[in-house]
Design a binder for this molecule. Structure first.
Ligand code: NAD
Length: 288
């Protein structure tokens, strides 16, 4: 397929490269010349504007920083510019309301469109092992699925437009709360005289076990390899976790959902990210 790809940053660069590997003709655009040069090395054709990249596209994929940019790019350069009948896939993490608004505008103009945010970081984007949570009509999902499968290991239909974003922020709010709880438990165990490895051996086979402990342990040298073993470098930056928590709290307010722990998690990540935004989100343990 001829696929326009807009936003070739940390995540989009690897995703576009995987579409090339799957045999697609990828037409790439990014505001950054470095990102464009890397995309060219990966086998993409590069263009001087999003509009030019979309001109003959049968599908458009975007991986952009936030909702305002997604709205602007779709309104100005994609909707009405991509050929009628193209399927549109926004994989960025953005607020539910903007996702629904952009998809409604695209549908009014006759396009099928999905929101398809991802779980998994840069390594999963490069390795083609992302999980996509997809919102949109059955028809749009059916058309988007084979394209997403070339970039991920799981593609799940979450319901109507915006529901992919809803699934993403609910998951990440849970993850943030779970990670803070895991850090508090390890820190308290140590203060009470328990060896961290011994606590891991007990809790990882008891009812407190969770992903933050068994796959991403915040204590260096305990559990499988994780960012804590590398000075909390790499992994999922605290600034990105904070971004997702802000989106989650906005959505909670607008939906009237009670999220006391989600709100507290946002405050904790806000304070941490002020100085350590680039560190992995398990670095919270350093503050305890
Ligand atoms: P990034 O900043 O590395 O990449 C974004 C790219 O978009 C940049 O290359 C930038 O130049 C480009 N861009 C910005 N405005 C543009 C425009 N108007 N037209 C064309 N290109 C434009 O960010 P990233 O880490 O790749 O994240 C992208 C999205 O994926 C975000 O929504 C983020 O929340 C989400 N996400 C990131 C991760 C992660 O681990 N990095 C994980 C899951 C989801």
């Amino acid at each position: 397929m001829k696929i326009a790809f807009i936003g070739l940053g940390n995540m989009g660069g690897g995703m576009a490269a995987n579409l090339v590997k799957a045999g697609h003709d990828v037409r790439a655009f990014d505001l950054s010349q470095d990102a464009l040069a890397a995309a060219e090395d990966a086998g993409c054709a590069t263009f001087g504007s999003a509009r030019a990249a979309c001109e003959d596209a049968e599908a458009v994929v975007s991986m952009l920083p936030n909702g305002n940019i997604v709205r602007d790019v779709y309104r100005t350069d994609v909707i009405g510019q991509a050929p009628a009948g193209a399927v549109l896939l926004d994989c960025s993490t953005i607020d539910v309301a903007t996702a629904r608004e952009v998809i409604a505008t695209a549908e009014e103009a006759g396009y099928d469109m999905v929101d398809a945010p991802v779980s998994g970081g840069i390594a999963a984007a490069n390795g083609g092992t992302l999980t996509f949570m997809v919102g949109g009509s059955e028809t749009a999902f059916g058309r988007a699925k084979p394209i997403l499968e070339a970039m991920g290991k799981a593609v799940i239909h979450a319901g109507d437009a915006g529901n992919g974003q809803a699934a993403k922020i609910c998951n990440n709010m849970l993850l943030a709360v779970q990670m803070i709880g895991t850090c508090e438990a390890f820190s308290m165990a140590e203060k009470l005289g328990l060896d961290p490895q011994t606590f891991y051996d007990i809790s990882s086979v008891s009812s407190g076990q969770c992903w933050s402990m068994t796959s991403y342990c915040p204590v260096p040298g305990v559990g499988p390899q994780s960012p804590s073993d590398n000075g909390y470098q790499g992994g999922f930056a605290s600034a990105l976790m904070l971004k997702d928590l802000k989106l989650a709290m906005e959505a909670a307010d607008s939906a009237g959902a009670k999220t006391a722990l989600g709100k507290h998690a946002q405050e904790i990540y806000e304070a941490f990210a002020e100085e350590h935004g680039a560190l992995d989100f398990s670095g919270i343990i350093k503050t305890l």
